[in-house]
Write a new protein. Structure first.
Length: 278
């Protein structure tokens, strides 16, 4: 990790995605920087779907110091790096890039951001809880390690394509630690204390049909998607009697804070930034 940067020089950072126009990352990072009058310039860059590596090179030549990476480039970012952190290796995806000399480094801060939001901001516990994750895409792979490190009683991954969920569960089962089970949405059974939605269709107002009775008494529900109003998944959870629900805005801010600390050498205060985004 880099030390605190020379404040005389403006640091150039960006978020890569396609599309990327909806991203709130620039306002988040500018708000962080303002806390210490740290001169940071942060922009959105839409990378071509067929030339992510070229877009990264152009940014580097423009003086870029580091970048966030969002859909659909996290796996490509992973492949591009010269060095990656253990949690990025575990995730098979990178959402944070920075250069050290000519070496491109990669990390994945998604899981840490999710766990920090659930524990610190929502005040929920994961330890000794039965956890259900809906979805088996890259977003899920990125958060499994940090969730399992919190020692839930069990973790079930449910996905439309059950084979994908089973493969993901098989990849993270190490013999010790909580059982990790994978299966389809259509035969989903049991009760859970924490349900996390990572089905990408949640961005577009469509949720797959879920059985009644999945939520145990006192259960809480978290949607990795965020919006200006409760998501379809959050509304489903409320109808099912969830004790509390939350969207993914806090995860977005907390994973950004992890990245900012890597780049600038100090940890921003996330609470006022989250409040300003609501």
């Amino acid at each position: 990790m880099s030390g605190e940067k020379d404040r005389a020089d403006t640091g150039l950072y960006c978020v890569f995605g396609n599309p990327v126009s909806h991203s709130r990352s620039p306002e988040i990072h500018h708000a962080f920087a303002a806390q210490h009058s740290d001169p940071v310039q942060y922009e959105k860059r839409e990378a071509p779907l067929d030339d992510f590596a070229g877009a990264v090179q152009v940014f580097r030549e423009a003086g870029g110091l580091g970048a966030n990476v969002t859909v659909p480039f996290k796996e490509q970012a992973f492949a591009l790096c010269d060095a990656i952190t253990e949690r990025a290796d575990q995730a098979g995806a990178v959402n944070t890039l920075w250069w050290d000399g000519d070496q491109l480094h990669g990390d994945n801060t998604d899981g840490a951001g999710l766990v920090k939001d659930i524990r610190n901001n929502q005040g929920w516990t994961i330890r000794k809880k039965r956890v259900l994750i809906l979805g088996a895409g890259g977003a899920v792979r990125g958060v499994l390690g940090p969730i399992l490190a919190q020692e839930p009683t069990l973790l079930r991954i449910a996905n439309r394509t059950k084979e994908k969920a089973e493969a993901l569960a098989g990849n993270v089962m190490k013999g010790e630690g909580p059982p990790v089970l994978g299966g389809g949405l259509d035969n989903l059974m049991g009760q859970f204390d924490l349900v996390i939605n990572a089905i990408s269709a949640g961005l577009h107002g469509e949720m797959p049909a879920l059985p009644d009775g999945l939520l145990a008494e006192g259960a809480v529900a978290y949607d990795m998607v965020y919006g200006s109003e409760p998501t379809p998944f959050m509304r489903w959870a409320e109808q099912q009697g969830a004790a509390a629900t939350a969207d993914g805005l806090g995860m977005l801010v907390e994973q950004a804070a992890e990245a900012f600390e890597i780049w600038r050498g100090w940890r921003p205060n996330t609470a006022p930034v989250m409040a300003s985004l609501r």
